[in-house]
Ligand binder design. Structure first.
Ligand SMILES: Nc1ncnc2c1ncn2[C@@H]1O[C@H](COP(=O)(O)OP(=O)(O)OP(=O)(O)O)[C@@H](O)[C@H]1O
Length: 900
């Protein structure tokens, strides 16, 4: 081979390799050693072999009649290639003749001393290089199971290295692109990882770059081929012209032409170097060019197809971009809405802050105004300070002047003090004289005191005679009682109560002397009026105090050892309890006889406490259905919600203290408040029921017994007195009360006991040898008192319509004086006896109804009355003397008032 041919051949091969391996950049300037170093790589060889398309040589018609292409050689070559580990090289390729091109190329390049297919085995690349690059191709661009977005970052970066991309075949790059796109489609992910996207872009760029370089290369190749064609054409023409001239000179040259051609072909395969160099070069060039054109066409078609695929991919990518744009818009709208809401919130906040700012500004203004005020004040204060300083100066000046005047005055005062001292000495001498006078006065006073002492002694002696006075008092009182009578009957008429309606009152006149005139409209003439006489009649306007004032002397006699009994008798609702106890929640003025009597007893006992020590005890019982029950019992039993009072018996044996019911609890009392408490308890326990006439009707007799025990401190004598305060049960006619059953029984018991009381009084008045005390519990209890003295208070109420007072009188038998037609006194079963009782009461009070009194009696009475008045005065006088003696400090020679 000539050096010229060799260089040309070398140039062409380098050009061809560059065309099929873009980016390989072989240069003709490179030395053989350099080229060998680069091409020895099995990878490059593989690429070259893979680039050779099947039938490319056949199309050129070179191998159509080849007999040298023996299967034996092909097998050996492929075995050699297999040994080298060259991938994607198929036997069919070799069989189709591409092997020849390779061998030629290798021979042309003198890469190795390959003279035949046998020598190819020597081209086996080093194991490390082959392994490395093979791995790269396989692992980097042809994934098996792994996904691109799961690849490690280092691998992607490695793939993106320009060297790797440059060396990677276009198909691998395209596969990678398809793989990435398929993955994104499969996974339906809107986004691929940034690195994969970068890789994709890099791959596409690489492909694009290759396409553009190939296009440029093709254009330059085209130009080259055209130039070469023209060159070859002209050469051919030259050769033809030379051949024509030669044939013209050489006979039988046409047969030789064929012979030469066959000869060429045979040697072409067996030993190419034997061929004539010019013709061989031309043939090879033509063949190569043809092959190249075909390959380029195919490449172009493939590129067009790829381009279409790219366009399709780009359209899909655009769609995805649109979708992502839509999502972006939607997201941005949502963001806008949120932003708007946030803006409104911020605006509100800004408004608040602005208002706060305004407030704070106002406050700042206020503070500023305050500050200015305070500054003004400071100025004022400063001016005041200046004024005060001036004043201080003035004061200092005035102080100096005053000091001078004071020193003047001091001198004056000093002289006056001297004068005063002189006067003091004079006073001392006079005080001595006064002291002497006082001493003398003291002496005279002591003399007078001695005189008073002697007088006091005389008074003490007089006090020693107190008992005599008391005894005298008692005697006088007894005389008074004897004079007035030991049985007294009072009549009290209560006023109408609110809500009570009645006809004209039948009471016509109430005189001071106990006369009561009652009108009886049903009887005309003389019988139309009836006159009754009692010890006293209390009209509707009489107070509790009025009633008690007349009873008081009797109460007083109890502390002197008398037994007194006070009854309140009348119809239900006539005012018995009012008179005896007082209204509910009574004030001191409204107290009834009970409280007033005890109060009086305490006062009298207190006034005598230096001489007689009194003990007062109270019992309270009620007689209900002829059973005596203790109203003050502590062990009160409640059975079925009703109060069950302790029942007590009455003694028949005489008791020195006059106790008739010894089993009833006795409660010592020391003051009026004790009495109030006790009586409250007693009255609460008292049985109260209802009848048709009165909603609250006393259905039992209540007896408050006050036991008085007096110890005479001087004589040691003991005296007992009892006061029975009896609130009798209301007694109505059974038929009027409309009672039945238990109430009837109660009424019968009440009537029985009242008639028994009448019987006893009647017997006493007749001085009968037998007094029937035992007929009722009431008379049994009061036995000790009824025998001596008692007060009977008849309580009348103004007759109300339908009371039937007038009817009663017409039915009365034995009523000669017609008095029975008045009273609202109930008509019990034994009404006759009660009437007798009233008659008796009239009689003992010294009034004979309708009878004229003798003048002698009147005169006696007047004398007795005068005597009573004088005796009362004497008692009062002595009481006063006693009181004075009790308090010696106040002792002054006094004369009783009435003696003045
Ligand atoms: N002198 C009076 N002044 C004012 N009110 C009186 C007078 N006397 C009685 N009353 C009133 O009359 C009503 C009946 O009086 P009281 O209960 O004392 O009658 P009684 O005769 O005790 O009745 P009973 O038999 O039912 O106990 C009471 O409301 C009482 O306050």
């Amino acid at each position: 081979m000539t050096p010229q041919f060799y260089s040309k051949k070398r140039e062409l091969v380098i050009e061809w390799i560059n065309s099929i391996l873009p980016g390989f950049n072989l240069t003709t300037e490179a030395s053989d050693e350099e080229l060998r170093a680069r091409l020895i790589d099995g990878t490059v060889l593989c690429r070259i072999l893979n680039t050779i398309k099947p039938n490319s040589l056949n199309e050129g018609g070179f191998l159509e009649n080849s007999s040298v292409l023996q299967s034996e050689n092909v097998k050996r070559f492929s075995a050699a290639m297999d040994e080298m580990g060259i991938p994607r090289f198929e036997l069919s390729d070799l069989e189709k003749g591409s092997m020849k091109t390779v061998v030629n190329c290798l021979l042309a390049l003198k890469i190795h001393s390959v003279s035949s297919v046998d020598d190819l085995s020597a081209l086996k690349p080093s194991a490390t290089v082959l392994q490395h690059d093979g791995h790269k191709f396989h692992d980097l661009f042809q994934l098996k199971q792994e996904r691109y977005d799961e690849l490690p970052v280092t691998d992607i970066l490695e793939m993106m290295e320009s060297n790797n991309l440059d060396n990677a075949p276009t198909q691998s790059l395209l596969n990678a692109v398809y793989g990435i796109l398929d993955e994104s489609v499969e996974t339906k992910k809107d986004e691929m990882t940034h690195l994969v996207a970068c890789l994709l872009r890099k791959l596409v760029q690489e492909i694009g770059r290759r396409l553009s370089t190939q296009a440029d290369h093709l254009r330059s190749q085209n130009n080259l081929y055209r130039a070469r064609e023209e060159k070859h054409q002209s050469r051919i023409r030259e050769l033809e012209a030379a051949l024509a001239s030669a044939t013209r000179h050489i006979p039988g040259s046409a047969d030789k032409k064929y012979k030469k051609k066959e000869h060429f072909l045979v040697f072409n395969f067996i030993g190419l170097e034997l061929l004539p160099s010019d013709s061989l070069a031309g043939i090879i060039v033509n063949l190569e060019m043809e092959e190249k054109r075909k390959l380029e066409k195919q490449e172009m078609m493939k590129l067009v197809k790829e381009n279409e695929n790219y366009i399709h991919e780009i359209a899909e990518l655009k769609q995805q971009v649109e979708i992502s744009g839509m999502m972006h818009k939607f997201g941005s709208r949502e963001m806008e809405v949120q932003a708007k809401a946030a803006i409104t919130v911020l605006q509100m906040r800004i408004k608040d802050l602005e208002s706060l700012l305004a407030d704070s500004r106002n406050k700042v203004k206020d503070i500023e105004s305050l500050l200015s005020d305070s500054r003004n004040k400071v100025k004022d204060l400063e001016s005041l300070l200046a004024d005060s300083r001036n004043k201080v100066k003035d004061l200092e000046a005035s102080f100096d002047s005053k000091c001078q005047s004071w020193s003047m005055k001091e001198k004056i005062y000093q002289s006056s003090i001297d004068f005063q001292l002189e006067a003091m000495q004079n006073l001392r001498s006079t005080s001595k004289a006064v002291k002497q006078e006082i001493m003398e006065t003291k002496k005279s006073y002591s003399f007078e005191f001695n005189h008073l002492e002697s007088k006091l002694k005389a008074l003490a002696d007089a006090a020693g005679n107190y008992h005599e006075v008391v005894a005298e008092n008692r005697k006088l009182f007894n005389e008074l009682q004897d004079l007035k009578g030991n049985i007294r009957v009072y009549c009290r008429i209560r006023p109408f109560l609110p809500g009570e309606t009645g006809k004209q009152p039948v009471i016509e006149n109430i005189s001071e002397h106990g006369q009561l005139v009652i009108a009886n409209p049903s009887r005309p003439g003389k019988d139309g009026q009836r006159l009754f006489k009692f010890n006293k009649v209390f009209g509707p306007n009489a107070t509790q105090g009025d009633v008690f004032s007349d009873i008081q002397p009797f109460v007083r006699s109890v502390v002197d050892g008398y037994n007194v009994c006070i009854f309140a008798y009348g119809q239900t609702g006539s005012g018995k309890t009012y008179t005896m106890t007082g209204p509910n929640g009574a004030t001191e003025e409204e107290w009834g006889i009970n409280y007033q009597a005890l109060n009086h007893l305490f006062r009298v006992s207190q006034s005598r406490r230096q001489h007689i020590l009194y003990e007062v005890g109270v019992q309270m019982v009620e007689i209900y259905n002829e059973q005596v029950r203790d109203l003050l019992s502590i062990d009160v039993i409640v059975i079925f919600g009703f109060l069950n009072l302790h029942t007590v018996g009455i003694t028949t044996i005489y008791q020195p203290n006059g106790l008739a019911v010894p089993d009833a609890s006795m409660h010592p009392v020391l003051s009026t408040s004790d009495v109030l408490d006790l009586m409250d308890t007693g009255f609460k326990n008292r049985s109260v029921g209802a009848t048709a006439l009165n909603a609250r009707s006393s259905r039992s007799h209540s007896i408050v017994t006050v036991h008085v025990r007096g110890n005479d401190l001087k004589t040691r004598a003991v005296l007992y007195g009892n006061l029975h305060l009896v609130d009798l049960a209301g007694s109505e006619r059974v038929d009027r009360s409309e009672v039945t059953g238990d109430r009837l029984k109660e009424a019968q018991h009440i009537n029985k006991s009242l008639s028994s009381l009448g019987d006893v009084i009647f017997a006493l008045s007749k001085k009968s040898p037998h007094v029937p005390y035992r007929n009722s519990k009431l008379t049994q209890i009061l036995q000790s008192s009824l025998g001596t003295s008692f007060i009977f208070i008849l309580i009348l109420q103004k007759p109300s319509p339908g009371s039937g007072v007038k009817k009663m009188c017409s039915n009365r038998s034995g009523n000669t004086n017609g008095s029975s037609d008045f009273f609202s006194i109930p008509r019990p079963v034994r009404i006759t006896k009660l009437w007798v009782l009233l008659k008796f009461a009239e009689r003992v009070s010294g009034v004979e109804l309708g009878a004229a009194r003798s003048s002698k009696e009147e005169k006696d009475k007047r004398e007795l009355m005068e005597q009573i008045v004088s005796l009362k005065d004497t008692i009062v006088e002595k009481d006063e003397v006693i009181n004075r003696l009790k308090s010696p400090k106040d002792v002054k020679p006094q004369i009783p008032q009435h003696h003045r």
